[in-house]
Design a binder for this molecule. Structure first.
Ligand SMILES: [Fe+2]
Ligand SMILES: [Fe+2]
Length: 243
């Protein structure tokens, strides 16, 4: 799908909820990173980038009061919440240039490896890019503040991911992501380890810039300049170019 259309839908997300917009950017960054670590940046990364940016587009049909409710949802609200993948895919299906895989990514982002997700699709039946998106979505949910939970520090993420490998997530993807050397607790605990972590984060920003795509350039800027600053600049220039 063209960047202009992606940008239009991203603006809808931003206008609905700044938190949802930040989440969309974080998930896109993480999903691309995982694809990169798997050595598959030459295979459909643009669709993955668009799918990750717009995966929660259907939530723009749900009130922010429901989206941010700290307590449990009523059965009717829960039913509404479960429809957001289908609603998002329906909205994008109106775009002639929307790739079938893009619609699948949006539709399937709440599936699980064990088939216990919203639509019961399981394991290898899910496209690899959807499995990557599912993991990236959960990673951002774990590591950012939510009304119903405190964020987990990154160094606890590998351990937590492993408990869900083979149930919620593709076990091979968990292995690749949780074995990243710079995320290991002992590395993050030392000054040299933290320096290495920073260098890797900077290298990732350079990698995003080399993709020469407006959304990737913007993610690189966010990576470098912190999310809040980048978000304001993005909305001001309106083109998704590097702020
Ligand atoms: Fe979602
Ligand atoms: Fe999400």
């Amino acid at each position: 799908m063209e960047w202009q259309a992606t940008y239009h839908y991203l603006k809808l997300i931003r206008e609905h909820s700044a938190d949802l917009f930040r989440h969309s950017l974080n998930v896109a960054n993480l999903a691309l990173r995982l694809a990169f670590e798997l050595g598959m940046m030459d295979q459909g990364w643009e669709v993955l980038l668009t799918g990750a940016l717009l995966h929660d587009l259907g939530k723009t049909k749900i009130s922010t009061a429901v989206l941010t409710r700290p307590g449990p949802l009523s059965p009717a609200e829960w039913q509404q919440m479960k429809k957001h993948p289908a609603w998002g895919a329906e909205m994008l299906a109106k775009e002639k240039a929307a790739e079938p895989l893009l619609l699948d990514l949006v539709l399937l982002h709440h599936e699980r490896w064990d088939g216990q997700g919203y639509y019961g699709r399981r394991g290898p039946d899910l496209p690899l890019l959807a499995r990557i998106l599912i993991l990236a979505d959960a990673l951002d949910a774990m590591t950012t503040y939510r009304p119903y939970q405190r964020p987990r520090p990154w160094e606890r993420v590998p351990e937590e991911l492993k408990t869900c490998a083979g149930s919620q997530f593709d076990p091979e993807l968990v292995r690749v992501f949780s074995e990243r050397p710079s995320w290991q607790p002992q590395v993050l605990a030392s000054p040299t380890g933290r320096k290495r972590f920073r260098e890797e984060e900077e290298a990732w920003a350079e990698c995003l810039e080399r993709l020469a795509h407006p959304a990737a350039a913007y993610l690189a800027a966010v990576q470098r300049r912190r999310l809040e600053v980048g978000t304001r600049a993005f909305l001001r220039d309106g083109k998704g170019e590097k702020p």
